[in-house]
Write a protein that binds this ligand. Structure first.
Ligand code: CAA
Length: 248
């Protein structure tokens, strides 16, 4: 197999950046798709991945826009001949108790975190099935497994994401395409660092390993799942949370 081609949504984000680097280290050409509007973060991303040269590229994308997702995927396929790997890592929070939540706070989180997964997968799934190969990884959250105070919107979207993962995994299992979720716990990202400090301190105290996760510790698992010899893992949800939530 030649160089595999990957698209990572939320590609310039806290987890996304590290995922892009790991996939490039594994020999993939990586397209980091993210909002065009945050010039400073795009520049910081470009600086951080400069050593990778052409192996990592930024492409503007609003994953809330179905047609824009279709266009990006079509362009990648036209340029490289295929799109082998899709990592849905775009996500936002609008934390507040349900009693205070506005319809806008609900819809923004569901649109980005869940509709975004549909918009990307719907546009890539036909070609992966036709070629008989594909790897889709959805970045969910421990809070989709446990619920979290102040996150009815986020927990619903993240739990929904894994339901989506299991259903799609069944639909494409005979076509060489795997679909899995990774559920990170609390990691050192801007999203977690912007939580109220006292809430974060309490959560870290409850994590058995006693610290926040490193984004690279999530990227490592994504890299494992997208490997060509991970074809027997599908419909799974891999927890990476320092023991914060244990299940069997
Ligand atoms: N469990 C139970 N009760 C709680 C609670 C908790 N965790 N937190 C607060 N309460 C109680 C308070 O004691 C308070 O009680 P009283 O009314 O009796 O005084 C009541 O609930 C309301 O609390 P607040 O006044 O603090 O509510 P708020 O509206 O000011 O803040 C919040 C609520 C914004 C949700 C805040 O608690 C918060 O930001 N929490 C963090 C949520 C979180 O973990 N987000 C994760 C972000 S990172 C991420 O999502 C990445 C990932 O995937 C892991």
């Amino acid at each position: 197999m030649g160089k595999r081609v990957a698209v990572v949504t939320g590609g310039i984000g806290g987890l996304g950046t590290e995922i892009c680097k790991h996939l490039a280290d594994s020999g993939c050409v990586v397209i980091a798709a993210d909002l065009a509007s945050r010039a400073e973060r795009i520049e910081a991303f470009r600086a951080e991945v400069a050593a990778y040269g052409d192996a990592i590229r930024f492409e503007p994308l609003d994953i809330a826009d179905f047609d824009a997702c279709a266009a990006l995927i079509r362009n990648v396929q036209n340029e490289f001949g295929s799109l082998d790997i899709l990592v849905n890592a775009a996500g936002i929070t609008r934390d507040t108790t349900l009693r205070k939540m506005t319809a806008d706070q609900w819809h923004s989180v569901l649109t980005i975190n869940l509709d975004g997964v549909f918009n990307m997968c719907r546009n890539v799934v036909d070609s992966m099935c036709e070629r008989g190969y594909g790897r889709i990884v959805n970045i969910s959250s421990v809070n989709g497994q446990t619920g979290q105070f102040g996150q009815t919107n986020y927990a619903a979207a993240k739990a929904g994401m894994h339901g989506f993962t299991m259903a799609l995994a069944r639909e494409v299992a005979r076509k060489g395409v795997t679909v899995n979720s990774v559920s990170p716990g609390y990691c050192k990202t801007a999203m977690v660092m912007s939580m109220p400090e006292n809430v974060r301190t309490q959560i870290v105290a409850d994590i058995p390993v006693g610290r926040l996760g490193e984004p690279s510790e999530i990227a490592r698992v994504v890299d494992f799942l997208i490997s060509p010899d991970s074809g027997f893992i599908t419909g799974a949800n891999i927890p990476v949370n320092g023991g914060y939530f244990m299940d069997f």
